[in-house]
Write a protein that binds this ligand. Sequence first.
Ligand code: FAD
Length: 552
Amino acid sequence: MVKPVLVVVDDEYASLRSLAGELESRYGAHYRIVSSASAQEALARLAELRAEGARVPVILADQWLPGMTGAELLAQTREIYPTARRGLLISWGDQSAAAPIFEAATLGQLDFFLPKPAWTPDEQFHRAVTEALEGWWRQQGRRFEAITVIGEDPSARAHEIRDVLTRTSVPFGFHPRGSAEGQAALERLGVPEAAGPVVALYNGTVLVDPTYAEVAAALGVDIQPAQRTYDLAIVGAGPAGLAAAVYGASEGLSSALLEREAFGGQAGTSSLIRNYPGFPWGVGGAELALRAYQQAWLFGAHFVYGNPATSLTDEGELRVLKLQDGSEVRSRAVVIATGVAYRRLGIPELESLVGAGVFYGAATVEAQAVVGKQAFVVGGGNSAGQAALHLAKHAKHVTILVRSQSLAASMSAYLIREIDGAPNIEVRYQVDVAGGAGDGRLERLELRDQRSGQVELVPAAGLFVLIGAEPFTDWLPEAVGRDRWGFIFTGPDAGGALAQERAAFPFETSMPGIFAAGDVRHGSVKRVASAVGEGSVTIRQVHEYLALTPGR
Ligand SMILES: Cc1cc2nc3c(=O)[nH]c(=O)nc-3n(C[C@H](O)[C@H](O)[C@H](O)COP(=O)(O)OP(=O)(O)OC[C@H]3O[C@@H](n4cnc5c(N)ncnc54)[C@H](O)[C@@H]3O)c2cc1C
């Protein structure tokens, strides 16, 4: 296989030689190193590489180049290699680079900065390069295949399976049924006529149109709870539930964590979370979720997957959650961290194309569907902004459709600046989606101008809908008080029978021993860090609650 290319640019001869040498000695076995002594030479070389069909995962440029700064060069390389990770090289102690770095990062013109290697081997330098390479490979999806999925392309069910595998960081490969590889794989697996997607596992198991639980069970993941009483059951493994599991299990509570779809929740669908403390250049939602999941598992949390909670009752001191397959989880306390679900557009012709060009939620694996084509994002919030920026690396052009007249009230300023700086993103205000169509997949959209009422037909390969969400709480009993949108009241707002006996703990609901954390809670902040904070703080209150109960 042809080696991918690492490009490094520096006009100082000695520095360029040392950088190229450092890269060659560490990465030469798997990558070709191309060095350039000027910005113009680098741009010409990148254009040649693209014409040759070479892959470029990382471009490193010194900030102080003649004629054009490194940050300006990196901004231009985006048009040639949109998915390459762009790193700005600075010399140790060069304070003058601070302002340009700040500006370029704000405009999304670079992905990271790194001091030039000061000695050999400079592991800090290599860690930055390796992380960039890891991020690029993760995005390519070309890794070891623990699972092979063969299905119609596009198809809603095949899309759902690929989405969950991506979000749970399971390495997989996908072959369209109509391709030579897809057909050969179906013959080899002995299911040439299978109806629905086929999932083949590394251990020889072959599943036809499986549920999430069937895939999980075949991978060795528990889909049923243990026959015992837990101290704590947590419903939902998004950031709030994962944090509750990490803190609960690490503090000695026997804890069951129930998840119906994919750990990480909404955060797991985010291509890049920029505002989570400790990750200055952002962290992929799936990666953050995988780390938290492994942490909870190492502390002993029992993860029960693919079997959603469908009801909640109490039996004296015990709380009983019934799961979809009829099994039960008994525990002394429960944390509800079920988050929210995306609001739908409600346009029948577009609903029939879900997974076939129409996607609810963020754009991660789906970005492949719009490579070199027109993509549309509906929504004016941060999740819509992030999706647009991610899609812009793959699509020819991205249009954000917003109902209001401005993004200022709904989107963070840093995202608005990055969108303004992206050459292939356009924002259209006061425009609705009125309809759409395509032959088996989305091909065109009808857009309606709210002011004039005029409808226009535009070509579209992808529509990504991020228009707010509703809480997952309709399975709860009435005893768990909720506001009119279904968000759960906690603490002083909780009221109910509990209020007659004692004050509720701050995250306790109106049902004693039932707590709520994260987006599902009335008044929550709807951020990853706040969900993590709520999930962990709740555990302290669970301890206090358990200390009140005689069964403990
Ligand atoms: C595309 C996108 C990008 C975002 N980017 C950012 C960002 O950059 N920064 C930021 O701070 N915030 C961001 N957010 C918001 C952030 O992801 C959420 O605030 C956060 O995930 C909320 O965490 P949570 O645990 O409360 O709920 P969720 O993440 O919604 O998780 C809830 C989990 O509960 C599960 N569940 C639901 N019902 C059941 C049931 N009955 N049984 C079992 N399991 C169930 C769901 O499957 C889900 O996994 C983003 C959101 C989206 C959609």
